[in-house]
Design a protein around this ligand. Structure first.
Ligand code: SF4
Length: 898
C-alpha cells in the first residue's frame, strides 16, 4: 500500500519524530515540530494527545483517528499506531521513529479502502464527505478526490435506519419451576464441556434455580446471595436457569451489571445461547439509561447548523456512525470511546437526550429512535442486559413494568448504585434545568429546546383551565435561577429567593468547611444553620410550592384532554400530550423531593437521611452550589422499590461478603429489609492464589512525599517491564507521580498512560493498556473496580497507600452508624479485595500486588485470599522480588512461599 505523501508527526513521552516526504523519519525538537505543524498540516494520530505532548494544545492536522471513524464507522480499533496497524492487517512498527513513517502508511491504506468495491461502509460516504468539505474538514479534499459520486442518489441517513414495530402487550409469564438437573444440563450445553463440569459452577447453576420458583408471599421475593470466586464462571451458571425459565415461562429475565465493561462481556456470551444472529438480536437486548443513546432529533439539529466548527465535524462523523451502529449507544457501545475526546467533548453530550427534552411521538424520528427501539425490544426479549442505575431508576420512577426476575451481577456495587439513584440534590444546576424545561430558551440560547408553553400551544388554545395553569407554571418557574446565577452569587448579587438561598449556602460552606486550599469540592454538615439560611429556605420552599401547584393542575388538565379527546387531537398531538405528562410527573417528583429537603432546614433532622451543603469545584473553579440529601442506608429504598416487587432476585459477586460473614452481605444488598431471609451460596475461586500471586507491603516509603513515591513507582514498573496498574486515592498525587516518571519510562520503551492526565476516556485507556504488554496505567477508583485485563498485560498492581474512605459528611454519618473504625475497615477491605481482584483474571495469570505504605494494619490483611504469601519488605527487596518473578515482562508462575 503506497504511503500518503504528506509529512507526519509522532510525539510521545520518549520524544518527537517527523517523517518527511521520501526522506524517512528523524527526531525533531519541540519548537521545530510546532513550527512545522503550524505551517503545513501533518498526519497525526490523536491530535489532543500529540498537542499535549508538544505543549501546544491548539495542534491540528490530518488526524488518522478521524479518518478511521469516517471510513470504518462503528468498528473497534485501539487508537495507537500499533492498534491502527493491526486493525488494517499491517504489522505494527518496530520503534518510535518507524511509528512516524507508519502514520503515512496507515493514511495510504485507509484512503485506499475508498477504491475497494467491497468497502462495506460506502453508503452515505459521498454525501457526508461533501458536507464535511463545506465545513472545512482537513481530510475532505483527499477523500473527495478519490470518491466517485454514486450513480443513484444516496438514501438519507434517517431512511436507512430500521423502524421498530409496535407489538401488543406480552402475556404475563407462566408459572413454571426450573429443575436443578435441567439447569445443570443447560450449563453443560452452554459451556460445551466435553469433560466434567466444574463443581462450583454447576452447584451455582442448581442453586440459582431457586429464584425462579413461584413467589410465596407478597413483597417477599425469592432471594439468593451468591459469592462466586473469580474464575467460577458465574455468568454461565446463572444464565443456565435463566434461559430455561424464560423459554418455559415466556417471561423476561433482567441481568444487571454495574460497569459497561461487564455489560459488553455479557452481550458477548449471546452466541452461546442463540447461534442465529437474527434470533439473538431479538431475544437478547442491551439496555442503558437514555442519556447514553444518540438522539436523532438532536443530530438533525446539529447537522442543520446548530453546531459549528469542530463540533459540526463531530456531528457528521456521528451521523456516519449512526447508520452502521448496532444500537445507537454512544457511551460504551460501538461508537469508539476515543471519538468524542478528539473533539475535546465539544458537542458529544448535546447529541444525547441528557436534559429529558424528548418529545416522544411528536418527534419526526420517533419510529426510528434508538431509545424507543431498545425499550420496545426489551419488552419481548428473553434476556435484558441492563445496569444497576437503569433498573433502579425505572423502578423508582415506575417508568416501565417492574422486572419480575432480576440477576444483579457485580452485586458489591448495589449499595453505591442505590446511594446515587435515591439521592436528592437541590442546587443551581438542577434548578436551572427545571426552569429551562418549563420556560424554554431565554436570552441567547439556541437549539430546538422549547418550553412547555410552546410544546403545548394547541392544548392551551383549546382548554382555558390548562392555559391558565401553563401560564402560572411559566411565571412561577421564572423565580428559579437563570443564566449567570453563579456569577451573581460570587458577586454577592443573587436574584430571587432560590439564588438568595444558594448564596447563603455558599457563605455557610466557606465559613465552616475545612481543606479549602485543595481546590476541590467543599462541604459542611447541614446542622445549626444560620437564621438567614433558614428564612431563605422557607422563601424558596414557597417558590417551589408555587410552581408545584400549577404543574399538578396542568397534569390533571392534560389527562382530561386525553380522556375526552377533541377533534384536533391527532396521533402527533396525542403523543405530544403523553410526552408532556411523562415529563411533568418526573418534574413533580423532583419538586416534591426538593420541598421535603428544604422543609427539614431549621427543623428536626430525620435520622434516615444525611443532609449537607456543598460548593462543587474543579481546580479551584466553582461550578455548582447545592444542598444534598442521601439515605443513611440506601438499601432501604432499594429493597422497597426494586427488590420487594420482584418475584426472584439473585445478587452475585466475587466479593459479596467483603471478607466478612453473611450478615454483612445481607445488609449491603438490602436483603435484610425484606420479610423473608435470603438464601446464601458460596463457591471458592478455583485459582491457586497462593501459587500465582504474592502481596508485598513496602515499609520504607515516607508518606506524604511525592519524590520517593514517584521513584518507587518508576523502579517497580521498570522491574516488571511494564504491565503495571498503579492505583491512587488522590488525583493530585497521581498527576504529580506521572509528571515525574512518564518521560523516563517512555525512553526505556515503557509507555505510561494515566487517567485524569491523558485526554482519553478511561475505557479507551484500558483498551490501550490491554493491547500493549509493555504499557502501564495509572488511575483512581474507577480502575480499581472495573478493569478486566486477563493475561500478561496486567502482572503487577501497585497501590500508593491504604484506600481509606474520604472524610466527608456522608462518610462521618455512616461511620457513626456502622460501628466507627469497624465500618472503615469494612470499606477498606472491600476496596483491597477489588483491587487485588484485578490481578488474576483467568487460569494461568500470575502477578504481584504491592502497597507502598508501611502503615498497613495487619487486621486488614484478611482482605486478600487465604494462603496468599504476604511480606513486609523494604523497597529494594520488593523490586528484587518483582524482577525475579516478572523479568522481561514475562510472568512466570510463582513458587509457593511457605
Ligand atoms: S424520540 Fe426523543 S430521544 Fe428519540 S430521537 Fe426523537 S426527540 Fe430524540
Amino acid at each position: 500500500m503506497a504511503p500518503l505523501p504528506l509529512p507526519a508527526l509522532h510525539a510521545t513521552h520518549a520524544g518527537i519524530w517527523i517523517a518527511g516526504l521520501g526522506e524517512g523519519a528523524r527526531e525533531a525538537s519541540r519548537g521545530e515540530a510546532i513550527a512545522r505543524a503550524a505551517e503545513t498540516p501533518h498526519i497525526i494520530l490523536n491530535a489532543p494527545l500529540v498537542g499535549q505532548r508538544l505543549g501546544y494544545p491548539d495542534l491540528s492536522g490530518l488526524d488518522l483517528l478521524e479518518l478511521f471513524a469516517f471510513i470504518h464507522p462503528a468498528r473497534f480499533a485501539v487508537p495507537t499506531v500499533a492498534g491502527m496497524c493491526r486493525a488494517l492487517g499491517n504489522a505494527p512498527p518496530g520503534g518510535e521513529a518507524e511509528a512516524a513513517s507508519a502514520l503515512q502508511v496507515i493514511a495510504g491504506a485507509l484512503l485506499a479502502v475508498l477504491d475497494r468495491p467491497d468497502w462495506q461502509e460506502r453508503e452515505g460516504a459521498w454525501t457526508s464527505s461533501q458536507s464535511l468539505a463545506r465545513i472545512g474538514w482537513a481530510w475532505a479534499p483527499l477523500i473527495n478526490a478519490r470518491l466517485e459520486r454514486p450513480e443513484r442518489g444516496e438514501r438519507m441517513l434517517y431512511s436507512r435506519l430500521k423502524q421498530w414495530e409496535e407489538a401488543g402487550d406480552r402475556p404475563p409469564p407462566r408459572t413454571v419451576v426450573v429443575d436443578r438437573s435441567a439447569a445443570r444440563d443447560r450449563l453443560r450445553q452452554l459451556t460445551g464441556a466435553r469433560s466434567e463440569l466444574r463443581a462450583g459452577q454447576a452447584a451455582m447453576a442448581e442453586e440459582a434455580t431457586a429464584i425462579f420458583a413461584p413467589r410465596r408471599q407478597k413483597d417477599a421475593p425469592n432471594m439468593l446471595l451468591a459469592e462466586a470466586g473469580t474464575g467460577i464462571g458465574k455468568t454461565l451458571a446463572y444464565l443456565s436457569p435463566a434461559s430455561l425459565w424464560s423459554e418455559a415461562s415466556g417471561g423476561t429475565v433482567w441481568v444487571s451489571t454495574f460497569t459497561k465493561a461487564l455489560q459488553r462481556q455479557l452481550d458477548a456470551e449471546g452466541p452461546r445461547l442463540f447461534t442465529d444472529p437474527v434470533e439473538r438480536a431479538r431475544r437478547i437486548v442491551v439496555r442503558k439509561g437514555r442519556e447514553n443513546y444518540l438522539c436523532l432529533l438532536n443530530l438533525e439539529d446539529a447537522l442543520q447548523g446548530a453546531f459549528s466548527g469542530r463540533a459540526a465535524i463531530l456531528a457528521q462523523l456521528v451521523g456516519r456512525w449512526a447508520a452502521y451502529s448496532k444500537d445507537g449507544d454512544m457511551v460504551g457501545g460501538d461508537l469508539p470511546g476515543w471519538l468524542p475526546s478528539l473533539f475535546r467533548r465539544a458537542g458529544a453530550t448535546a447529541l444525547t437526550d441528557r436534559r429529558g427534552e424528548c418529545v416522544y411521538a411528536g418527534c419526526p424520528h420517533y419510529r426510528r429512535c434508538f431509545i424507543e427501539r431498545a425499550e420496545r425490544a426489551s419488552r419481548d426479549a428473553d434476556l435484558v442486559i441492563a445496569n444497576h442505575a437503569l433498573v433502579m431508576v425505572n423502578a423508582a420512577r415506575q417508568r416501565e413494568d417492574a422486572p419480575g426476575r432480576i440477576l444483579f451481577d457485580e452485586g458489591h456495587h448495589l449499595f453505591d448504585a442505590a446511594d446515587s439513584t435515591f439521592a436528592v440534590a437541590f442546587g443551581g444546576q438542577e434548578a436551572i434545568e427545571m426552569r429551562r424545561w418549563i420556560v424554554g430558551p431565554e436570552g441567547r440560547s439556541r437549539g430546538r429546546r422549547r418550553g412547555l408553553a410552546a410544546r403545548l400551544m394547541d392544548v392551551a388554545s383549546y382548554d382555558e383551565e390548562g392555559a391558565r395553569a401553563l401560564e402560572a407554571a411559566v411565571e412561577a418557574a421564572r423565580a428559579l435561577p437563570s443564566d449567570g446565577w453563579l456569577q451573581r452569587l460570587v458577586e454577592g448579587a443573587p436574584f430571587g429567593p432560590v439564588e438568595q438561598l444558594l448564596s447563603e449556602v455558599r457563605g455557610m460552606v466557606y465559613a465552616r468547611s475545612k481543606a479549602q486550599e485543595a481546590g476541590y469540592g467543599l462541604e459542611t454538615e447541614l446542622a445549626e444553620p444560620d437564621g438567614a439560611l433558614v428564612s431563605q429556605a422557607a422563601a424558596s420552599m414557597a417558590t417551589l410550592e408555587a410552581l408545584q401547584k400549577p404543574l399538578a393542575a396542568l397534569a390533571r388538565r392534560l389527562e382530561a384532554v386525553l380522556e375526552d379527546a377533541p377533534d384536533w387531537l391527532d396521533t402527533q398531538a396525542r403523543a405530544r400530550v403523553e410526552g408532556a405528562i411523562r415529563g411533568l410527573s418526573w418534574r413533580r417528583e423532583t419538586l416534591a423531593a426538593w420541598i421535603a429537603l428544604l422543609a427539614r432546614i431549621g427543623g428536626e433532622g430525620d435520622p434516615e437521611f444525611v443532609d449537607w451543603l456543598a460548593v462543587e469545584r474543579v481546580d479551584g473553579r466553582e461550578y455548582d452550589v447545592a444542598i444534598h440529601r442521601r439515605w443513611l442506608d440506601p438499601t432501604r429504598p432499594l429493597a422497597a422499590a426494586v427488590m420487594a416487587p420482584a418475584d426472584g432476585v439473585l445478587v452475585t459477586s466475587a466479593t459479596l461478603r467483603g471478607g466478612e460473614g453473611w450478615p454483612a452481605a445481607d445488609a449491603r444488598t438490602g436483603a435484610v429489609h425484606l420479610p423473608n431471609a435470603a438464601q446464601h451460596f458460596e463457591a471458592e475461586s478455583p485459582f491457586d492464589y497462593a501459587a500465582c500471586s504474592e502481596v508485598l507491603i513496602v515499609t520504607d516509603i515516607k508518606a506524604g512525599d511525592v519524590a520517593p513515591l514517584a521513584g518507587a513507582y518508576a523502579r517497580l514498573i521498570e522491574a516488571a517491564g511494564g504491565g503495571t496498574l498503579g492505583l491512587f486515592t488522590a488525583v493530585q498525587r497521581l498527576k504529580a507521580v506521572h509528571a515525574r516518571i512518564a518521560d523516563r519510562l517512555a525512553r526505556a520503551g515503557l509507555p505510561l498512560l494515566a487517567q485524569h492526565v491523558d485526554p482519553i476516556d478511561a475505557g479507551t485507556l484500558v483498551d490501550i493498556f490491554r493491547d500493549d504488554p509493555r504499557a502501564s496505567l495509572l488511575g483512581t477508583d474507577a480502575l480499581r473496580d472495573g478493569v478486566d485485563v486477563p493475561g500478561e498485560s496486567l502482572r503487577l498492581v501497585v497501590m500508593e497507600r491504604v484506600p481509606w474512605p474520604r472524610p466527608t459528611v456522608l462518610h462521618a454519618a455512616r461511620r457513626m452508624a456502622g460501628g466507627g473504625s469497624a465500618y472503615d475497615d469494612r470499606v477498606v477491605r472491600a476496596r483491597l479485595a477489588q483491587a487485588f481482584g484485578r490481578l488474576i483474571r483467568r487460569q494461568g495469570d500470575c502477578g504481584l500486588f504491592v502497597v507502598l505504605s508501611s502503615a498497613f494494619p495487619s487486621r486488614l490483611l484478611s482482605a486478600f485470599p487465604p494462603g496468599v504469601p504476604i511480606r513486609r519488605v523494604p523497597l529494594e527487596q520488593a523490586i528484587a522480588r518483582v524482577e525475579e518473578r516478572l523479568a522481561a515482562g514475562v510472568p512466570a508462575p510463582l513458587e509457593r512461599v511457605e
